[in-house]
Design a binder for this molecule. Structure first.
Ligand SMILES: [Zn+2]
Ligand SMILES: [Zn+2]
Length: 144
């Protein structure tokens, strides 16, 4: 595991007076370097190490501390680490199969957001930007 990221994780917990438990560390490791995962995927990968309730509690804690974030697929969601631990990116979200694809290196998205905020004299601290629809596989199989 990248020592850097582990260090940052520990720092955020201690800055917020949260202790580093085995279950929190394991939950963090499950998220690290992974594509967005559903809660069920996380729970099944954690089986034996961290129980279901702790996974839910840890994810809520991570979200409130800005360690992890939810990517919504309709009313469901998947979880991934926040921009602190990954390169800033956006997603293409398939509403049919639930696949989540990263959109990286799209500088014009960033430029667009900066320019919109600029028009409103708004100091940007962050943004969410996701594209919802149907992936190529789903479009093909349904002949939409
Ligand atoms: Zn799909
Ligand atoms: Zn962006």
């Amino acid at each position: 595991m990248s020592q850097d990221k582990l260090q940052k994780f520990k720092q955020i917990l201690s800055d917020n007076k949260q202790s580093l438990t085995k279950a929190r560390l394991k939950t963090f490791e499950l998220l690290l370097g992974s594509e967005p995962q559903s809660m069920n995927q996380l729970i099944s990968r954690a089986s034996g190490d961290v129980d279901r309730v702790s996974i839910y509690r840890n994810i809520e804690l991570f979200e409130s501390l800005g360690i992890a974030r939810k990517v919504y697929i309709g009313w469901k969601y998947k979880v991934e680490l926040s921009d602190i631990f990954t390169d800033h990116h956006h997603h293409l979200v398939c509403l049919s199969c639930g696949s989540v694809t990263d959109i990286e290196d799209e500088q014009h998205i960033e430029d667009f957001i900066t320019s919109v905020a600029g028009k409103h004299d708004f100091a940007v601290k962050g943004h969410l930007f996701e594209i919802e629809g149907y992936c190529q596989l789903c479009t093909r199989s349904k002949a939409m």
